[in-house]
Design a protein around this ligand. Sequence first.
Ligand code: AMP
Length: 396
Amino acid sequence: MKTIENYNFNSKKALIRVDFNVPLNENYEITDTTRIDAAISTIKKILNGGGSVILMSHLGRPKEGPEEKFSLKHILPYLSGKLGVEVLFANDCIGREAKEKSTTLQPGEVLLLENLRFYKEETKGDKSFASKLAAFGDVYVNDAFGTAHRAHASTTVMAQFFPNDKIFGYIMGNELQNIDRVLLDAVKPFTVILGGAKVSGKIEIVNNLLDKVDNLIIGGGMMFTFIKALGGKVGDSLVEEDLIDTAKRTLYNAKKNRVNFYLPVDTIAAEAFSNDVASQIVASDEVPDHYMGLDIGPKSMRTFAKVIENSSTILWNGPMGVFEMSNFEGGTKAIAEAIARATQNGAFSLIGGGDSVAAINKYGLGDKVSYISTGGGAMLEYIEGKKLPGVAAVKG
Ligand code: AMP
């Protein structure tokens, strides 16, 4: 298979689908450059290999055609500075200007196309739109893992115009390699920790992983649907009544698969969803009326930390409690610290999903875990066992 490492970019024009969907403030300044920074190594690899680069991305969610606040021209100064070359810009991602600028592009030069989503054909996966973009280059490079779960023109459909010249960039390659290491090659014991508000977003992950994991730890609001399914009393805690039967089935399947299913034995409960009311530690299946469990309790923290520290592979998605409030962040912090300790002792740890990434960074442990996935929704779909169209299009 052709890869970014073995492909000969000499005199080739590479069309790279990047994810430059960065947040901008009201002065159109970038407030978080992570996504642009992450793409630099792929761009530089191609330039250093004697190629030229045409960058394609979306920015925000424009409704109907071009909108100033979603123009990619705002990122030009930062991108040029970061790359050390002046990046050219086409004010329309297709059409005459883009055609002329891509035709005359020389090795070592970089052209950024205007926001792809100014055309509704992008999200519709329109083939004719994809073919217009494809005509600008010789090789297709997909480096936008965050949109790999969408069958859009630039993320998926375009690849068919490059049957022998389609590859993943470094971001894509890294994400897939690290997630596959957990899904396909986990060294045992393998522990998965799931939290967050709802069971509904996570149940497919649980089902996909039941035949792979040794330990499944459930915390966060989602624990109460399971505790209620087991006959516990959960007070006003978050429960998805319509998923109680599903939770029962999952508990049964976990037993059948000999998975150690860890639910918190205690919880920190409060009379309101607020940091300013008194809270108390109670048994998680004995939550008093009018109280809601907003974090896992100290006994659970200790048990979970021990399981994590005895693991060789760890996957964590979702906070253990309402970690945005200081009174209910202890569980999430304890889990993050246990994962960092396990990693230090040789375990491979993968953190994914917006809130757990925010949490690990909040506690300054970002560089103490093995890999942090930036994929968001794409990462979740991948660990649910779904085929990502953007990945399949390049691999196929
Ligand atoms: P999710 O997007 O499903 O991963 O949920 C993340 C959110 O779940 C965070 O904003 C947490 O505050 C929230 N959360 C975690 N534990 C609880 C809980 N016990 N009750 C209510 N919300 C919770």
